[in-house]
Ligand binder design. Structure first.
Ligand SMILES: [Zn+2]
Length: 676
């Protein structure tokens, strides 16, 4: 859990950029007319018009619950990492080198013969510890110790910049304890939700049977465990409330936390995670901690034992024999997301390896795949976008000069990270052997946990990255006021060195503008230029901002996702502000870059190509189950609405495609929203 604002869930993309005006020898590069569906008018459905051909030619692979233009780049990065791993495995590297650790980790995960032969043996010590619990005090001690294995039953801890003193790292305690994605999954009563709840109970029972219980008792215990989680869901904070940075910022010391949730032994907890002097820390959800502490006391120890056994085996489902992983896929992959088959093992193990040894893989990745020119070109483009946003802020009719001045100061203070960190994480103390995948994962979890907590109450290291270089995504970090673009998104097919400006501004330009806009969305605007929660707005300006964002939220809430289910305009507000801002800012930047005599390409003007390029970023096929899941858990809108929503508010789009009253893409002028 962190407050990074990413470009997309899981996969996204972007690339370095050419803003030169050389001869356009590669006419049409970057935009394939075959991706379009010209049987439909642009005003009738611009997503279908721009992406209809692409969607038809890219049916969903069985292993995917959604597949978009960005996933194509994700697949590309996956292939690159595969080649890196292949090169490593064919060589002998020194004991302790990062290459050897990567090779060992990957090999241990691919050794399914050993994993199947060991069966549940790696889990046994953990199950025994649960069996041996004699009291609630024992239980609490175990909960603390186990957080370092990556298990966060009931609640978790992490380290991050203090949101009101961004130079220092502090500890954050946050709610956890649910096996389904969030509280809504337990509390919703519609047919689809009831079906998921029933299948989730079956999943719990299935795992308990693998642990050796008879079907009937497994079913009974599954009901008990489900009822416990439902109780936890009832006192969990909603996703919407968690978007309010002040609601999740509750600074406390040990005495105050003890007063808030007296039934829990917090002193023993901090000793257990080896943070005996936590100092001041942040409790994200105090009401949750209070209710959770009471629940720990109230429920019988026997119930907690079953709850813990289930969560432990479920947590390690990827590292245990395939019977466990298959059940997990059945629920999380099929039922929740609609995937038809599990991804091949090599993809899953590769992803786990690139996660556990993130910056080790990153070092090899950038050496092979990240040309230094990409960084330089990207920096130039970011500065063009920064200039464009400054111009737009200067021209805003709804904002006072006083607030404008502060906004420009914040914009100028945004730091930019491109490609990879200046300083790599040191993995020398992390032991990885070729023998046990399970143990390697536990070792990696322990390593990150200790590393994270060692930074509590120390100055923030500004060189740290929140994503690895091989990640196809980007983010804005409000407490550092920084935008970050990992190497993997800075390459084709989304950036074409020889494409015209319209294509690159419509894609990478919009992505940069998107991340910049996060500094000024409904959450980001509450942070000042050094990343502190600190109101720098004139009250009138804030009021006008809120009025605009309310209208934007209402617009998105009217989109029908499936049958009677509507999009959640409030949950996705920050991302929608960033999409709309990114589109507007990049359009201005393109206007500043164009000379005005650019020729049509494939029959399209630069403006038309800009909007087609933008729409293409969000081309996406997606399963119904995944639509419903993402609507409940993702702060980003679905791809289709990322196309339709922002474009319907953009006057230059109306002009470019002759959108008229009565068209689906048309909004009356007084309903359109432009914020940045
Ligand atoms: Zn975003």
């Amino acid at each position: 859990m962190n407050y990074f604002k990413t470009l997309g869930l899981g996969l996204m993309a972007m690339a370095a950029v050419s803003c030169s005006h050389g001869p356009q020898t590669m006419a049409g590069k970057g935009l394939d007319p075959a991706d379009m569906d010209t049987t439909i008018a642009p005003g009738a459905d611009f997503d279908q018009y721009a992406n209809g051909g692409w969607k038809k030619r890219h049916p969903l692979p069985d292993e995917k619950s959604r597949y978009g233009a960005f996933d194509v780049l994700g697949d590309e990065a996956e292939k690159q990492v595969k080649e890196l791993f292949a090169a490593i495995s064919s060589n002998n590297f020194k004991q302790g080198s990062i290459e050897q650790k990567i090779a060992n980790f990957y090999a241990s995960g691919m050794d399914t013969t050993a994993i199947e032969a060991r069966n549940l043996a790696p889990l046994q010590p953990y199950l025994s510890q649960i069996d041996e619990l004699k009291s609630k005090a024992d239980l609490q001690q175990l909960l603390a110790a186990w957080q370092s294995y990556g298990l966060n039953p009931l609640f978790g801890i992490y380290a991050d910049a203090d949101q009101k003193n961004s130079a220092m790292k502090v500890a954050y305690l946050y709610q956890s304890g649910l096996g389904m994605p969030n509280r809504d999954y337990y509390l919703n009563k519609d047919d689809h939700s009831l079906d998921i709840q029933q299948k989730y109970r079956a999943y719990i029972a299935g795992l308990l049977q693998i642990l050796g219980q008879e079907p009937e008792s497994a079913q009974q215990d599954a009901e008990t465990i489900y009822a416990m989680e439902k109780e936890i869901a009832e006192f969990s904070m909603s996703m919407l409330d968690q978007r309010d940075p002040y609601k999740v910022y509750n600074k406390m010391n040990l005495d105050q936390l003890i007063a808030t949730a007296p039934e829990y032994n917090w002193k023993a907890y901090f000793d257990g995670v080896k943070l005996s002097n936590p100092g001041d820390f942040i409790v994200c959800q105090p009401d949750f901690m209070k209710a959770m502490a009471q629940m720990v006391e109230a429920k019988p120890l026997a119930d907690w034992k079953q709850y813990l056994k289930y969560h432990t085996i479920s947590n390690f489902s990827s590292e245990l024999p395939h019977a466990v992983g298959d059940l997990s896929f059945e629920f999380y992959g099929k039922t929740l997301s609609g995937s038809l088959v599990q991804r091949p093992r090599w993809k899953r193990v590769q992803e786990a390896t690139a996660g556990a040894l993130g910056e080790a893989v990153g070092q090899l990745y950038v050496k092979e795949y990240f040309p230094p020119e990409a960084k330089e070109r990207m920096l130039k483009l970011v500065e063009n976008l920064r200039k464009a946003l400054a111009v737009r802020i200067g021209n805003l009719s709804w904002m006072s000069d006083t607030t404008k001045e502060k906004a420009i100061e914040k914009l100028n203070a945004i730091t930019v990270k491109i490609g990879y960190p200046d300083k790599w994480k040191d993995y020398s103390s992390l032991e990885i052997t070729p023998d046990s995948y399970f143990q390697n994962v536990v070792n990696a979890n322990n390593f990150y946990f200790a590393d994270m907590l060692s930074k509590v109450n120390k100055p923030v290291d500004k060189t740290e990255w929140g994503m690895t270089p091989q990640t196809v995504n980007a983010y804005y970090n409000p407490s550092a006021n920084e935008i970050v673009f990992p190497a993997a998104i800075l390459q084709p097919p989304f950036f074409y060195m020889d494409a015209d400006d319209a294509i690159n501004y419509g894609a990478i330009g919009v992505v940069i503008g998107h991340e910049m806009s996060h500094g000024f969305d409904d959450q980001g605007r509450q942070y000042d230029k050094i990343g502190n929660l600190n109101d720098w707005w004139q009250a009138d300006d804030a009021e006008r901002f809120n009025e605009k964002t309310k209208r934007l939220a209402n617009q998105f809430s009217q989109f029908t996702v499936l049958d009677t289910v509507k999009a959640d305009g409030k949950l996705t507000l920050g991302e929608n502000i960033a999409d709309l801002g990114g589109l507007n800012i990049s359009y201005t930047a393109m206007q500043m870059a164009l000379k005005g005599d650019e020729p049509q390409i494939d029959g399209f003007t630069p403006d038309q190509r800009f909007f087609l390029s933008y729409a293409h970023i969000w081309a996406q096929n997606i399963r119904d189950e995944e639509k419903l899941r993402l609507t409940k858990v993702d702060v980003h809108s679905l791809g289709r609405y990322r196309v339709l929503g922002p474009l319907r508010n953009t006057p230059e789009f109306y002009a470019a495609f002759d959108i008229k009253a009565g068209d689906y893409m048309y909004l009356p002028e007084d309903e359109r929203v432009v914020i940045w």
